[in-house]
Design a protein around this ligand. Sequence first.
Ligand code: HEC
Length: 180
Amino acid sequence: MTLKKSASLALMALAVSFFIGCSSKEDRDKYDQWYGSGSKAREESALVKLQSDRKVAAEAADKAKAEAAAKPAAAPAAPGDTSAAAAAPAVAAAPKRKPVPADVSALLNKHACFACHQAYDKVIGPAYSEVAKKKYTPDQIVELVHNPKPEHWPGYPPMAPLAHVPKADIIVIANWINGL
Ligand code: HEC
């Protein structure tokens, strides 16, 4: 009996000492921080942070909205700008990239000049718009078609002499080239 009592007393003492041991100040602080009254402070600070985060997000959204509100003023100008910019090259390109007149086109086809030349693009031979920059007279062009001078066009293969092409046809082509 006494043994049982003393044993239970000892057990209680052990439990108390355990409790005291565990509830040292640091332990309690630590416990509090996560589970006790400290957790309230943590929750509060988390809430404060959440609110400040939301505020920052709201401010960012407001700012974006303000920017979006400011944009409509600029927005009509932007499409206007792009259309003007798109229209400008179109207008600039229009006089530049003229369609080839039917009669000239027929001659260029007939004599197969189109196989090697395009009006504005380099194919095998130079673009006629590049030839135009050389400012040849029509007679010079006739001579160059009949007797090409490959040295005029470094980097290009030599054009075969096309002696069979009538002078009159080349004159029509030459006048068109010089108008490019
Ligand atoms: C087989 C391809 C080919 C054909 C077809 C061809 N050319 Fe050329 N042409 C060239 C090449 C390559 C050059 C540049 C090298 C040269 O002048 O030899 C050239 C150059 C020219 C030049 C510039 C000459 C110079 O010295 O600046 C003229 C003008 C020209 N060609 C007109 C014509 C005409 C007009 C025809 C059709 C009657 C024609 N070419 C057919 C390939 C061709």
